[in-house]
Design a binder for this molecule. Structure first.
Ligand SMILES: Cc1ncc(COP(=O)(O)O)c(C=O)c1O
Length: 462
């Protein structure tokens, strides 16, 4: 199928985009003198722009397209559902698609996470988890517990509550004051570990986990409601947990009666070779928030999976969790999620990630011979490559250099070379990769070759 648009169609779309469309987290001025990138079609691991040029989707859209693009069986499941019942709310009613999906997710989820509260997005899932924690503790007679602990540089979404949990000062500042109660602790970036634990990853993990305990004690142990952690922290460039970290965090949460929320908006649904990231690292959360990969993006959906016990106070008398959103558990999205999970099973996508993740890592690690590559880290199909000015000292780039390197060169150059990935400097400068779970060695090689060529050039531009 040809995807190339005519010259006139391209010009018309560009004009309308520049006149009327507002892109998210985007400096719109950067498109004043250049085209807005317009993606028109996807197939497997690749997407195509309006000129028909092909790109390897090394980010799965935005950590979303687990099964890859262009799966007609998933699209058709959505179309069938829209014909049968396009919409009905989950406010006082249910529909079969939400019921079936809730049951399926509960069966897949670790331990006693048996209840699903659907949302439309990841931010709504995080927002819902905080609201549940607050109302739950009020309901069980601990009304002072409202604070949430999360890690520095971690991204948990953009709605006001989720933003208060997010650990990125730069994207919070314009919206201050945010809801009170967000408390920050160190993340698990071992490459930048404090000197006293820099040589011992186990000691580093214990220190980082114990920082959560210290924060609980500092804030007042009866004031903390929840700890929000991603299994593998995305923002900052893929920080895996050190060995034993989550086990210690679990103990600390139990000791102080604090809920452990595993924010798996990225890490669930195969990204780390398991349905849930908490399974990969062997810990039991009280709540899992999810979105993105649950539908592979064929329709929007999010939600939280909670322990039965968290719903108990809401099962009595007039008690109600006073929260909901119109499009949560949308029938089309739930039908699409079921079809998406069928693909996971039929094609053993978890098996594919587990079988190939070592090869993915080894291929990316070849880039370690480049002077600009400081660290290659991650797990599963989720990697960050930290860029440095000096490999020996690990010196990073200053703001001006980072600006020139990432926005002035790398983002465009990688895209022009046919690779969609993310060049980010919300922490230290990194390139992130999170490709569809169907990728194999040929795709890893393509990523490595493009990165090698572009990063070698980048070195000459600093
Ligand atoms: C860990 C995490 N939580 C929450 C969110 C917010 O999800 P959404 O963009 O669907 O609102 C994201 C988005 O990338 C995320 O990575």
């Amino acid at each position: 199928m040809s995807t190339a648009y005519s010259k006139d169609e391209i010009a018309a779309l560009q004009e309308k985009a520049k006149r009327h469309l507002w892109l998210h987290f985007t400096r719109m001025s950067s498109y004043a003198d250049s085209d807005v990138p317009v993606i028109v079609r996807g197939e497997g691991q690749y997407v195509y722009d309006q000129r028909g040029k092909r790109y390897l989707d090394g980010l799965a859209g935005l950590f979303v397209s687990q099964i890859g693009h262009g799966r007609s069986e998933v699209a058709e499941a959505g179309a069938r559902q829209a014909s049968e019942l396009a919409y009905f709310p989950l406010w006082s009613y249910a529909h079969p698609q939400a019921i079936e999906l809730a049951e399926r997710l509960s069966a897949m989820a670790p331990g006693d996470l048996n209840r699903v509260f659907f949302t439309g997005s990841g931010s709504e899932a995080v927002e819902s988890a905080w609201k549940l924690a607050k109302q739950y503790f009020k309901a069980i007679g601990q009304p002072n517990r409202y604070k949430v602990i999360s890690r520095s540089i971690a991204y948990h979404g953009t709605s006001m509550g989720a933003l208060a949990i997010t650990g990125l000062a730069g994207i919070k500042e314009p919206f201050e004051p945010l809801p009170p109660g967000g408390v920050r602790v160190p993340n698990t970036n071992f490459y930048r570990a404090p000197a006293f634990v820099a040589d011992d990853i186990n000691a580093f993990g214990i220190w980082a986990a114990d920082e959560i305990e210290r924060a609980i004690l500092r804030e007042g142990e009866d004031s903390v409601a929840a700890v929000f952690l991603e299994p593998l922290q995305n923002s900052g460039g893929c920080f895996p947990p050190p060995p034993g970290y989550f086990q210690r965090v679990r103990e600390i949460c139990d000791r102080y009666g604090v809920l452990l929320v595993s924010d798996e908006v990225i890490c669930a649904f195969g990204r780390l070779g398991h349905y849930f990231g908490s399974e990969r690292y062997g810990y039991q959360p009280d709540v899992i928030t999810f979105a993105k990969g649950v539908t592979s993006g064929y329709a929007p959906l999010g939600g939280m999976l909670v322990r039965d016990a968290l719903m108990e106070p809401f099962n009595e008398g007039q008690a109600t969790f006073l929260h909901g959103v119109t499009f949560a558990g949308h029938p089309v999205s739930c039908a699409v999620a079921m079809a998406n999970l069928d693909v996971f099973e039929k094609e053993d996508l978890l098996g594919n990630v587990r079988a190939n993740e070592g090869a993915f890592r080894a291929t990316l690690e070849k880039l370690n011979d480049l002077p600009i590559v400081g660290d290659v880290r991650g797990d599963g199909y989720f990697y960050g490559i930290e860029l440095v000015k000096d490999k020996a000292t690990r010196e990073t780039f200053n703001d001006d250099e980072s600006e020139r390197l990432l926005r002035g060169f790398l983002s465009h150059a990688l895209f022009d070379a046919g690779l969609i990935c993310r060049a980010d400097d919300r922490g230290d400068p990194v390139i992130q990769l999170s490709p569809p779970l169907t990728c194999t060695q040929e795709h890893f090689d393509e990523m490595e070759q493009i990165l090698r060529a572009v990063l070698s050039q980048a070195w000459t531009k600093i």
